[in-house]
Design a protein around this ligand. Structure first.
Ligand SMILES: [Mg+2]
Length: 393
């Protein structure tokens, strides 16, 4: 024993072990079939996990897998990743991440397997925060403690919805107090899309930020410019996901060709790809999603790198998950907020909603993420099958 050190200081502190992991795949239909530029969605598939410690504390994680085949992520949790977490100390989250990442490299460093890794990592952070009896933003080390700014996200394509109706929707968000609103673009002709953007801008006035989300609409720069050139006079704050996430070079060329800020990253994963995107000049705003990119651990690494390059993070949807992260990140600005459960219907699966204060999301005071799954809703949306599968040693 080193001289002068009390023996209790050398004893390894008690740490909870991961005892079991529950995983479920649920399908939540949309009330109204809804479209964006390149896709039409009638239902959303989510993968959910609960990670339970030997102290009886549970952390939760969740992701959107897509509009079909949500079971892919469930299989990845159940068969590929969860078995490597059982019996391990939950507070060694960096080591657990490395173990899961190593397991993922053959079967998917992006997509459903990385989403499975992301939700397990999120659940481990949630579990550790709950074990420490701290709200997640306190556990992470917060910048602010009361609320974080949100932008209202909407402006989807629904049959029969006119540009004037879109303008009314956007004006409604501004009237509720949002200082930033977002709408979809890229589905119709350049002329029709300009009419929609004009209607939105005229409805919200000159001072509210207007974001445009193209959801990978365009294949080349000339096509993108047919649209973007028309949008410029309406002063949008950003143009989001103009191209496929793999077209980093095109993002950079668009950024050089228009004064509108390029934003992207909601379906990108890993610090290495985000570094490539930033280095190429492909985005000044990152929309990194913790349920996609590699969990809370990876989200923080990506945000820190972005900060070193003067790039801001405005995370993609799931404001319940991202509000604590934005609160704890100096270069994060907005969470994305959906006013109802029509497009992002995940909120039907949980037992508590965060409240709004005008255009801000109010941070909660409960341990961890501060909400739980609504088990009755999950049983309903899991269909005929037993909702949860338990993985234990
Ligand atoms: Mg988007």
């Amino acid at each position: 024993m080193p001289f002068g050190v009390h023996p209790n200081l050398l004893r390894k502190p008690h740490m909870p072990l991961i005892e079991s992991i529950d995983v479920a795949a649920v399908t939540v239909p949309l009330d109204v079939v809804t479209s964006f530029s390149t896709r039409t969605v009638s239902e959303r598939h989510y993968c959910l996990v609960k990670v339970r410690s030997t102290e009886g504390v549970e952390g939760i994680g969740f992701c959107y897998v897509g509009s079909a085949a949500g079971a892919i992520a469930k299989v990845a949790v159940e068969q590929l990743l969860a078995p490597h977490l059982l019996g391990r100390e939950s507070r060694l989250s960096e080591g657990l991440w490395q173990t899961m990442y190593q397991e993922s490299v053959l079967q998917g460093r992006s997509g459903a397997v990385m989403r499975a890794l992301s939700i397990l990592d999120t659940a481990i952070w949630d579990l550790n925060a709950r074990s420490s009896k701290l709200p997640l933003h306190h556990y992470l080390g917060a910048m602010v403690d009361d609320k974080v700014p949100a932008y209202a996200s909407g402006g989807y394509y629904v049959d029969g919805k006119t540009a004037a109706m879109l303008g009314d929707e956007m004006e409604g968000y501004a009237r509720e107090g949002f200082t930033a609103v977002k709408m979809k673009t890229g589905r119709l002709s350049p002329r029709e899309e300009e009419e929609r953007v004009r209607a939105a801008r005229e409805a919200i006035g000159p001072d509210v930020l207007l974001m445009l989300d193209a959801n990978n609409a365009w294949r080349d720069l000339p096509t993108a410019m047919e649209y973007v050139r028309r949008f410029e006079q309406h002063e949008p704050y950003w143009i989001e996901e103009p191209f496929s996430p793999d077209a980093i070079d095109l993002h950079a060329r668009l950024a050089q060709s228009t004064p509108i800020t390029v934003a992207t990253g909601e379906i990108e994963v890993g610090r290495w790809r985000f570094r490539e995107l930033i280095d190429a000049g492909g985005a000044e705003i990152l929309q990194t999603d913790a349920a996609v990119c590699g969990g809370i651990s990876e989200w923080r690494r990506i945000a820190a790198h972005a900060d070193s390059r003067g790039v801001t993070v405005c995370p993609h949807w799931f404001h319940d998950l991202h509000a604590p992260l934005v609160a704890a990140t100096p270069n994060a600005r907005f969470v994305e907020y959906f006013a109802d459960d029509q497009v992002l219907n995940f909120r039907r699966l949980i037992d508590r909603q965060l409240s709004l204060d005008r255009g801000d999301v109010v941070l909660h005071r409960e341990p961890g993420l501060g909400f739980n799954f609504d088990e009755a809703a999950i049983a309903k949306y899991a269909g005929a099958a037993k909702a949860w599968t338990t993985v234990r040693r």
